[in-house]
Design a protein around this ligand. Structure first.
Ligand SMILES: NC(=O)c1ccc[n+]([C@@H]2O[C@H](COP(=O)([O-])OP(=O)(O)OC[C@H]3O[C@@H](n4cnc5c(N)ncnc54)[C@H](O)[C@@H]3O)[C@@H](O)[C@H]2O)c1
Length: 675
């Protein structure tokens, strides 16, 4: 991707310097190898401080701008962030029509730090530049709004076009001026800046970064270019040091690091996965089949009975048709995807599948039956995956004659939308199968995170203590709407009670009932069971922690729930008290953190940032807080332990709950961090 890391910056400086001294050279063409100009800064370098080691990106740009020989940047593929800023330092730019350019720094809570806010408005005007900087999305090079940025946009033969332009400059005397020397466009209307300010804080628009962008654009209007560049640099560094940007950068890296499988032997092969199958066409199976079809992979969808199959297909059709109606999918793509999903009632038809995902009822006998059939009918080398949320994958693998081919693929609902895939490594799963499924995850446009086998894997195992705290808070004095409001105001996409109403409280109840038997020592509030005993299962029954008007998805606080909660506190002899939002957030978060420490210590997760990735991608954890483990790191692990000790001493608390995990204690002791 030609990231502008230290090695590449050194080579650029050295090469430009060397070429500048060659009398036989009269112009320099800068193009990217591998079909990509440059994806910009190496984000991983930021936190090692190498990004600021000289030669910095500014030094490279200075070398380009001060070159006595005209430099022509030839852009294809991508020119992002610092890559685009480098191109903007050149004397001329040529782009392939389909290449995409962006200044995506805002997504990391930053602004362009290498002249983007000063040079881009000089090329395309203030409004268009502000839009690109504040939303960070890529724009095609042939978009009319970019006309002022490129000297030439071509369909093919980029290098030839660059050389042609060089000749026109050198031989024909064509004038090529640096963007920094161009006049600033007319000032933007104050209304325009007001609009930008108002948008700050909406999805992905970090207020501090938007405000910094506005300040830099105003500086570009008001100051000489050199002063504007210095102003931008200072604003960038201020954002860079902010907690929001630190967390967003961590989230960015965590999601990318998750793809790396720790300890994978170098020669591990990857199985070609050309055809897939899904067993069970219920909520998950239908979504998983769509996920394969969306990636262009043909998929057999197997059910036991015709009517169940028809129901599943109807759901799939309705989903795609909805996308066509909303203009998100073309009719042709819809038809193509539907044609890739081929229904069947016979295991015989799964013979060609390279990977099969089982998504039948969460019942060991039902799943074992399916795996025996798969073992009989699937070809040797087929990957046999289960979407189980809680069942022991090792036991499932043991019913087959090929446990090395068995793996967990834990999708999240809706499977065709949610970006997370927990890839569960069972005791005997081979490295090849694990690596193949992690690669498949990428093709399916999911972030695969490796998890070991345990009850609930990474995500759901951690949600259990989080929910237990939420239920204890109800007993002690809070109401569902207060807890939801506190956590949502803190940044969670959805509070635990609204989320429970959506998932189905019966589903959570059945998990608890199993755990009451399997782990009798763990203390649960029985309050949520009371609600379920009343048949209040959430949205699907019109009532859960909230009351739902017919057809409404937004619940309303319910006096009946309040009475139930208060009655329950009285019944167990708990004097209700006022609980602060701060305590709510702290208890729910530290519950996640302590379980995360256990998961890390038991090597269920490969690294702390994988746990963060799971929560960011699958559980609506706010990116600007970086994930639960990163959040704990920012609090300081000693502070985490001190808070846990305070909670432990509170009247009525379960002391075992707040026992800090060994790893947490050890890290705090050594002033360490999870990440
Ligand atoms: N719903 C979720 O939120 C969620 C999330 C992640 C994982 N899961 C897991 O996914 C699996 C399926 O869950 P779901 O919510 O889709 O259930 P579901 O009840 O909606 O669907 C199960 C489907 O499997 C079919 N089926 C049952 N036995 C079968 C068999 N022997 N052969 C073929 N088809 C069979 C049923 O007819 C039904 O259509 C479970 O293991 C569940 O734990 C569910």
């Amino acid at each position: 991707m030609n990231s502008l890391n230290l090695a590449l910056r050194r080579r650029l400086i050295e090469t430009i310097g060397r070429i500048a001294g060659m009398p036989e050279v009269s112009a320099i063409v800068l193009v990217g190898a591998g079909g990509v100009f440059s994806a910009g800064a190496d984000i991983g370098e930021f936190d090692t401080q190498q990004a600021f080691v000289e030669p910095s990106i500014h030094a490279v740009m200075a070398a380009v701008e001060s070159s006595t020989k005209p430099v022509i940047a030839g852009i294809e593929g991508l020119a992002m962030g610092g890559g685009l800023e480098l191109a903007m330092a050149a004397h001329c730019r040529v782009a392939m029509a389909g290449s995409r350019i962006a200044l995506p720094e805002i997504k990391l809570g930053l602004i362009p730090g290498a002249g983007g806010t000063q040079r881009l408005p000089r090329a395309i005007g203030l409004e268009a530049a502000a839009r690109m900087i504040c939303n960070g999305d890529p724009v095609r090079a042939d978009a009319p709004s970019l006309a002022g940025l490129f000297d030439l946009v071509v369909e093919q033969d980029l290098l030839e076009a660059c050389l042609g332009l060089a000749q026109r400059i050198v031989r024909d005397g064509m004038k090529a001026s640096l963007l920094r020397d161009r006049a600033m466009p007319a000032p933007a209307s104050p209304l325009f800046y007001q609009e930008l300010e108002q948008r700050a804080g909406s999805k992905g628009q970090w207020p501090a970064a938007v405000n910094a962008c506005i300040a830099c654009l105003r500086a570009a209007e008001a100051m000489p270019v050199e002063a504007g560049l210095a102003f931008e640099r200072e604003a960038f560094m201020k954002l860079f040091d902010s907690p929001v940007s630190g967390a967003l950068r961590h989230a960015f890296i965590a999601e990318r690091t998750a793809a790396k499988i720790a300890g994978l032997p170098v020669q591990t092969g990857i199985r070609p996965l050309r055809a897939a199958a899904v067993v069970g066409a219920g909520t998950m199976g239908a979504g998983i089949a769509m996920t394969f079809a969306n990636a262009g992979i043909p998929v057999r969808l197997l059910e036991m009975k015709e009517d169940a199959l028809e129901r599943g297909l109807a759901v799939i059709r309705a989903n795609y048709e909805g996308s066509v109606r909303r203009g998100k999918l073309s009719r042709a793509d819809c038809d193509q995807r539907l044609a890739l999903i081929r229904p069947t009632l016979s295991y015989e038809e799964l013979r060609d599948a390279d990977v099969v995902v089982e998504a039948v009822y969460e019942d060991m006998d039902a799943k074992a039956g399916v795996f025996r059939q798969l073992d009989t009918f699937c070809k040797p080398g087929a990957i046999l995956a289960s979407n189980t949320s809680t069942l022991n994958l090792d036991k499932l693998a043991a019913v087959t004659s090929r446990p090395a081919d068995v793996v967990g693929m834990h999708f999240f609902v809706p499977a065709n939308v949610m970006p997370l895939l927990e890839v569960v490594k069972a005791r005997e799963t081979s490295a090849e199968v694990l690596a193949s499924v992690m690669k498949l995850a990428k093709r399916l446009k999911k972030t695969g995170v490796v998890s070991g086998v345990c009850d609930g894997f990474i995500g759901n195992r951690m949600i259990d203590p989080y929910l237990r705290q939420a239920y204890f808070l109800l007993e002690e004095g809070a109401l569902p709407e207060q807890i939801d409001r506190a956590l949502e105001a803190w940044g969670m996409a959805m509070g635990p009670f609204r989320a429970g109403d959506l998932t189905g409280l019966d589903v959570l109840w059945s998990v608890r009932k199993r755990r009451y038997v399997e782990v009798p020592g763990v203390v649960y509030s029985r309050l949520p069971d009371r609600l379920c005993e009343l048949g209040r299962f959430g949205q699907k029954t019109g009532a859960g922690y909230y009351r739902y008007e017919p057809g409404a998805r937004e619940g309303k606080p319910d006096d009946a729930v309040r009475a139930l909660v208060e009655g329950y506190s009285a019944e167990i002899g708990r004097a209700r008290r006022q609980i602060s939002d701060e305590e709510i957030v702290s208890r729910c978060m530290l519950a996640l953190v302590n379980e995360g420490a256990a998961i890390l210590d038991e090597r269920i997760a490969q690294r702390a940032s994988d746990i963060d990735a799971v929560y960011l991608l699958g559980y609506g954890f706010p990116a600007f807080r970086g994930g639960p483990m990163y959040y704990a790191d920012t609090l300081g692990l000693r502070e985490v332990i001190a808070s846990m000790a305070r909670f432990q001493e509170q009247a009525g608390s379960d002391p075992a709950f707040w026992q800090p995990h060994r790893l947490l204690l050890e890290l705090a002791e050594s002033n360490g961090t999870f990440n």
